[in-house]
Design a protein around this ligand. Structure first.
Ligand SMILES: N[C@@H](Cc1ccc(O)cc1)C(=O)O
Length: 506
């Protein structure tokens, strides 16, 4: 039997899954039935192995989950933008959330080797659902990254090799898991049972499909007119470059993902950025046609800086969520430096502080703006979520070493932290020769202009070594004072130009 034609009255229809998955999910479902008759224990064990989500749904059924007011609270924090179908956020969705634990998903295409702060809001959105007892699926688009989402892009992405997608998937999976773990460790008060989290890769379900079967079965439920009407398609069709068939089909894959997750995990809610609305709609329509299930899309706002730039993309320098690209110190500094006008909004979006606490922090900030308490709280909360307690300590240590003049913090820094600091300050390795002076050192690393001008800069007090002003150019470097016990010298010229010297041959 083929797929029923689109638009026919709804009834229970055959599942649109590649044969191996059909077998798996049918098996799981029939085992669920068997559970109630035969040995519950054994079957549930097998069921859980085959189909962990089904088993969890049983386990959470009836547990004290906090669904009430979740959407309201997300709305107050500014985390929600639109829902699809429109108005669902006022009516059907709150009812659905109150009826018991739901499964919510959000997808991330591994087109780079790390997520960036722009993706953080989607993860935080998932975590709010998790805190309220709902189950969370983070889907890595190992397959969809090969297609390339045209949403929000003005030109087609370069094709990514399978190897780089694989490597990207690996490091993004690590960061998502780290953030989920940090949330559980540091931001969960234990008063409620957290929902589960599962990280999936959509390659795992496309590898079972052959292309002809996929087009023949899933493809026929998509209408060209609707697909062409999507904003992501329209804007690209008008461009000189146009759009490839590959990109055009992207919405089919994301729609099918939602369908798959709905069938296998009972997932009824998908989160995505505002640019994802078209893809969410495609999923909703597809699922509705094929299985008659009602599902929902929720969009999160695009976070921009006070001057309208995409958050974290200022001056072409993205702020990443992997330590080898953006250190805890850099992430901390990024949030610390946000303009005053953005801080309250960011505290609501990027931290889990209760709104009353945000209000209190802002009150303190208004009383003593110079202390920048709100900025510090924001930076600390985000750094702890992304890099954990250790990461936050490291960020503070680096901040103290670099900006607060703490020699002790400088001496305590680990190699990793030093490397991370070197990303901000140039790093030089120099051989320590007998009689090396302050001016020799400054010249070797080109920290001062050549000739008498540079000499004058030192004697007039523009140069600081390990946080002490050093205005004697001919002074010979003294170990312990100018060279720290870890073989380092931190040199500053003027207010902001830092140089780090690692002395060799000590
Ligand atoms: N299209 C999404 C990523 C995504 C991938 C697969 C999905 O099933 C869902 C979302 C984006 O580019 O942000």
């Amino acid at each position: 039997m083929g797929m029923p034609a689109a638009g026919k009255p709804r009834r229970r229809r055959r599942r649109l899954l590649p044969s191996r998955l059909v077998t798996l999910s049918n098996m799981a479902a029939s085992m669920a039935r068997t559970c109630s008759y035969v040995s519950r224990r054994i079957s549930c064990f097998l069921l859980k192995r085959l189909h962990p989500r089904l088993a969890l749904r049983h386990r959470f059924h009836g547990s004290a989950v906090a669904h009430n007011g979740l959407l309201l609270s997300l709305n107050k924090r500014g985390i929600l933008k639109d829902s699809f179908p429109e108005n669902a956020a006022q009516d059907q969705l709150p009812r659905l959330l109150q009826s018991g634990s739901q499964t919510v998903y959000c997808g991330f295409d591994p087109t780079a080797d790390s997520l960036h702060v722009g993706n953080l809001l989607a993860l935080i959105g998932l975590l709010h659902f998790r805190s309220a007892g709902h189950h969370v699926l983070a889907v890595l688009g190992g397959a969809t990254a090969q297609i390339g989402d045209p949403s929000g892009k003005t030109s087609e992405r370069e094709r990514l090799s399978a190897d780089s997608i694989e490597a990207n998937t690996h490091s993004i999976r690590e960061s998502i898991q780290r953030i989920f773990t940090n949330h559980e460790l540091y931001f969960h008060d234990g008063s409620r049972e957290l929902g589960t989290v599962t990280v999936l890769n959509n390659r795992s379900w496309y590898k079972d499909w052959d292309v002809v079967a996929f087009l023949s079965e899933a493809g026929r439920h998509f209408r060209m007119g609707t697909m062409l009407s999507r904003h992501s398609v329209q804007s690209r069709l008008k461009s000189a470059e146009g759009m490839s068939l590959t990109e055009f089909t992207y919405q089919v894959f994301q729609a099918y993902d939602f369908y798959h997750l709905n069938q296998i995990y009972g997932c009824k809610i998908q989160l995505g950025g505002t640019d994802q609305l078209g893809n969410l709609m495609s999923g909703h329509e597809f699922i509705h046609k094929v299985s008659g299930e009602e599902v929902y899309g929720l969009t999160l706002p695009l976070v921009t800086s006070s001057v309208g730039d995409k958050l974290g993309k200022t001056a072409g320098n993205a702020v990443w969520l992997n330590r080898d690209k953006t250190s805890p110190f850099e992430l901390y500094q990024f949030f610390l430096r946000q303009p005053d006008a953005s801080v309250e909004g960011y505290l609501k979006l990027f931290t889990f502080l209760p709104l009353a606490e945000v209000e209190r922090v802002m009150e303190q900030q208004r009383e003593e703006p110079g202390k920048r308490l709100a900025h510090k709280r924001l930076a600390a909360e985000v750094t702890k979520l992304v890099y954990g307690k250790e990461g936050l300590e490291s960020a503070k240590r680096c901040t103290n070493a670099l900006y607060q003049g703490s020699v002790q913090a400088l001496e305590q820094m680990s190699d990793e932290e030093l490397q991370e600091l070197f990303r901000e300050a140039p790093f030089h390795e120099l051989l320590l020769e007998a009689g090396t002076t302050v001016i020799d050192t400054c010249r070797k690393i080109s920290a001062i202009p050549e000739g008498p001008k540079g000499y004058r800069m030192v004697s007039e007090g523009a140069v600081w070594i390990n946080h002490s002003r050093t205005d004697k150019p001919e002074q010979v470097l003294i170990p312990k004072l100018h060279i720290l016990s870890n073989g380092l010298t931190l040199l500053r010229v003027g207010k902001r130009n830092y140089y780090i010297i690692k002395w060799l041959g000590l």
